[in-house]
Each structure stands twice: as structure tokens, then as C-alpha cells.
Write a protein that binds this ligand. Structure first.
Ligand code: F42
Length: 148
């Protein structure tokens, strides 16, 4: 079930346009990073402060039905705000991969588990390695697993 409440589209036009086209077409359109072949998935989170429904496309990093959200933000110095939404409301995440929409629970990974997922992330989208080199912060990886 999609999260209930008021949807506040991203202030960034390219992001909200991609979400709109992806949702409208069931992932048949706008399903890669613009100008690139790598696929994207749309994640919905609950605003940590506002409680509003937020949606963000991220690169698809998937293994055995578990999806990773890589908080790279192009190697920017700060974590993306959706990372804080996941920390505040880990049990309010929806994943849309193509036509398939499902509810999940978020959990940040560390140590060995993170290293393994980081390898998968870079295999899916090599630019992540460059983003990590660009920034002093350690880029978080948050898994979304299906709700029991
Ligand atoms: N970003 C990534 O970090 N990793 C990716 O793999 C990635 C891929 C990707 C593919 C396609 C595409 O279109 C975009 C892609 N992006 C990727 C960009 C991604 O979708 C986000 O735009 C980016 O990560 C920045 O996220 P952000 O949440 O920081 O965005 C800002 C601009 C934003 O939306 N700010 C809002 C605002 O109004 O200023 C606030 C949004 C929000 O959730 N606010 C919370 C609330 O309570 O409502 C408060 C959060 C807090 O600070 O507690």
C-alpha cells in the first residue's frame, strides 16, 4: 500500500518530473538515469520533520529481493534529506520497481555487510565509487527489505 498523507514533490524539477513519468507509466518511461542506461527505482519515504510523503528515484541496486538506497547525492558534502526520513520512519518505505510496488522496512548497513553491498552498488552504478572519493563523509547504504 502506498504511504498515506500529503505528497510533497521534490523541489528539484528533474527529480519530480522523473517520479511523475515513472509512476504514470508504471516504470515504462523515465526508468533510467537521464542519458544513461542504468535503471532507477522510485522510493517513497515519510518526512522526518513534516510528516509529508516524499518520493525519490535512486539507482537500482538489488539482490535477492532486497533493495539498497545509496545516499550518494553525487558526492555532495551532506547526506540527502531522505536519509533522515528513513532514520525517523524506517517502517514507512515504499519501493516501486517498474510496475511492482511494495512496502518495506529500512535498515542501514555497516561493516562487512556494508562492504558487500557497496560492491554491489558500484557494480550496478560505477559512478558511486567516484562520488565516494569526492566527499569526506562515508556514503550511507540503507537496505529496504519486504515487510514480514
Ligand atoms: N540520489 C542519490 O543520493 N543516490 C542515487 O542513487 C540517486 C539516483 C537518482 C536517479 C534519478 C534521479 O532523478 C535522481 C537520483 N538521485 C539520487 C537524486 C535523489 O532522488 C534526490 O534528489 C537526492 O538524493 C537529494 O535528496 P534530498 O531529499 O536531499 O532532496 C532535497 C532537494 C529535497 O527534496 N529537499 C526537500 C526540501 O523541501 O528542501 C526536503 C525533503 C524532505 O524529505 N524533508 C524532510 C521532511 O520532513 O519532509 C526533512 C528531512 C530532514 O532533514 O529531517
Amino acid at each position: 500500500m502506498p504511504l498515506e498523507g500529503e505528497y510533497e514533490p521534490s523541489p528539484e524539477k528533474w527529480v519530480r518530473d522523473q517520479v511523475e513519468a515513472y509512476e504514470r507509466s508504471g516504470g515504462r518511461e523515465a526508468n533510467t538515469l537521464p542519458g544513461r542506461p542504468e535503471p532507477v527505482v522510485v522510493f517513497t519515504t515519510r518526512g522526518a520533520k513534516s510528516g509529508k510523503v516524499r518520493k525519490n528515484p535512486l539507482m537500482k541496486v538489488e539482490h535477492d529481493g532486497v533493495y539498497a538506497m545509496v545516499a550518494s547525492q553525487g558526492g555532495a558534502p551532506k547526506h540527502p534529506t531522505w536519509y533522515f526520513n528513513l532514520k525517523a520512519h524506517p517502517d514507512e518505505v515504499t519501493v516501486q520497481d517498474g510496475e511492482r510496488v511494495w512496502d518495506g522496512v529500512a535498515r542501514e548497513v555497516h561493516g562487512e555487510e556494508k562492504a558487500q553491498w557497496w560492491e554491489r552498488a558500484v557494480a550496478a552504478f560505477p559512478d558511486y565509487a567516484e562520488y565516494q572519493q569526492k566527499t569526506d563523509r562515508e556514503i550511507p547504504v540503507v537496505l529496504v527489505e519486504p515487510k514480514a
